[in-house]
Design a protein around this ligand. Structure first.
Ligand code: NAD
Length: 437
């Protein structure tokens, strides 16, 4: 099939590349000229495991191309995916200006029947709005469908290739048939396509993200209570996770969720509820708990140094909002950097992938970088861990101890076994577990 993907970020680029890998011809459109020129040269603008190989292969096979021109990009396309940003507006609502702006343009340039698909996370009712906006100018027949994306950054390619499920909201039979055909190589009897109406599909995405955020905030509250009661949240996690009604995944406690999706989607759903005179109390609590949790290590560190952080030097392992991505949007690390440098501390950070993103978007006085995890420790008063990259999980504790000024670790991701860290002779504070002193 001939497909156009508008917006070539984490979702759009993975979507376009994976559809090309299945033999479709895909044109990716982006307004960011630097990004498009980079991709035309065969370079992937984001870090996402397994993406580079299939990206290059499909460019070489002439199935994947890039342009900044919407008109050129959609030429002959049977299906157009909108994978555009939907950032939070000042009131927490999803900003639809990118989606509706492109929809307006599309109406003017569509030349044949096309299915336009919202892949962006958009509030309930957006498919109808897109339909209206396109229809203002369209001279040809078209359909609008909703196909929310559930990929996880860091696993985006495997999630896309082997999705748990595909959700398609489409009232038109023609659109359903086309999308069913497009997705047929990706689904199995156990991981099927769920066809539904557009509104339900849009709601499914928000319900999924809001539920996952709720799971995180719930476990973080359990962890905070465990600390007060002398219980170990990791033991509790195993204890409850073995119940299939609860499930073992997504139960780790830590320093809060970040990323471009959970914070904004929770806010947007709250806003939708508010607009519809519904008081979604749980979601309010989910955001409040998360905002407090993002400050947890700062509070622990400040208590440890009795509020005197001026002149202290901290090593920081991890900047990305989670492992296996270079994405730093809403990352807890940024809150830690902001608070500690404001209090007069210096930070030397190391992250396997996200240092360029921080240098570009979140530089601040008092923040420096090192090219490997151990160099960052040299002469530091303590180590702070903000992201659970694999390479931090089984480090050389002797090297760490030699490099640090004092053997002190504040771990926001519970990477180490308490007995092991005691044996290694560290002072160690983590989340929802006893302090090792
Ligand atoms: P992103 O910011 O990484 O990418 C968006 C891209 O759109 C950018 O490259 C930008 O230059 C481009 N763009 C902006 N305006 C444009 C225009 N007028 N024409 C063409 N391109 C334009 O965003 P993302 O993380 O890929 O997210 C996209 C959507 O998918 C959002 O609604 C998000 O909530 C949703 N989503 C994201 C994820 C994720 O893990 N990142 C997962 C599921 C759903």
């Amino acid at each position: 099939m001939k497909i156009a993907v508008i917006g070539t970020g984490y979702v759009g680029l993975v979507t376009g590349t994976c559809f090309a890998e299945m033999g479709n011809t895909v044109t990716c459109v982006d307004i960011d000229e630097a990004k498009v020129s980079m991709m035309k040269k065969g370079r992937v603008p984001i870090y996402e495991p397994d993406l580079e190989n299939i990206f290059r292969r499909n460019i070489n096979e002439n199935r994947l191309s890039f342009t900044t021109s919407l008109e050129e990009g959609i030429e002959d396309a049977e299906i157009i995916f909108l994978a555009l940003p939907t950032p939070p507006g000042d009131d927490g609502s999803a900003d639809l200006s990118f989606v509706l702006g492109v929809a307006e343009e599309l109406g003017k340039i569509l030349k044949q029947y096309t299915v336009i698909i919202d892949k962006s996370t958009v509030p309930v009712g957006t498919a109808e709005r897109v339909r209206e906006v396109v229809a203002k100018n369209a001279k040809v027949d078209f359909d609008v469908a909703s196909n929310p994306e559930f990929l996880k950054e860091g696993f985006a390619v495997s999630d896309f290739m082997k999705p748990d499920r595909v959700v398609i909201g489409a009232s038109s039979e023609k659109a359903r048939a086309l999308l069913g055909k497009l997705y047929s190589p990706f689904v199995t009897a156990d991981n099927p396509i769920f066809f539904m109406d557009e509104r339900s599909a849009e709601m499914t995405k928000y319900a999924a993200n809001a539920f996952l955020a709720t799971k995180i905030s719930f476990m973080n509250e359990i962890a905070n209570l465990c600390e007060k009661l002398g219980a170990n949240v990791d033991a509790v996690r195993l204890g409850i996770g073995s119940d299939p009604r609860i499930g073992s995944r997504f139960l780790n406690s830590g320093i809060g969720y970040g990323g471009s999706c959970f914070p904004k989607d929770v806010m947007a759903l709250q806003h939708t509820a508010h607009q519809n005179n519904y008081d979604f109390k749980i979601l309010q609590a989910v955001s409040i708990v998360n905002n407090v949790q993002k400050q947890l290590l700062v509070t622990k560190i400040s208590n440890f140094y009795k509020g005197n952080l001026k002149g202290k030097k901290f090593a920081l392992w991890g900047l990305a909002f989670k492992p296996d991505t270079d994405d730093i949007r809403e990352a807890p690390s940024l809150e830690i950097i902001k608070a500690l440098t404001k209090a007069g501390a210096k930070i030397v950070a190391y992250d396997p992938e996200a240092m360029p993103s921080v240098k570009k978007h979140a530089m601040t006085d008092g923040l420096g970088f090192e090219e490997d995890q151990y160099s960052a420790l040299k002469g530091a008063d303590a180590l702070i861990i903000a992201t659970e990259w694999s390479e931090f999980k089984t480090p050389n504790f002797k090297t760490m101890k030699n490099a640090l000024k004092s053997p002190v670790i504040f771990d926001g991701r519970n990477l180490y076994d308490l007995e092991e860290i005691r044996k290694q002779g560290f002072y160690y504070e983590s989340v929802g577990r006893d302090v090792v002193a």
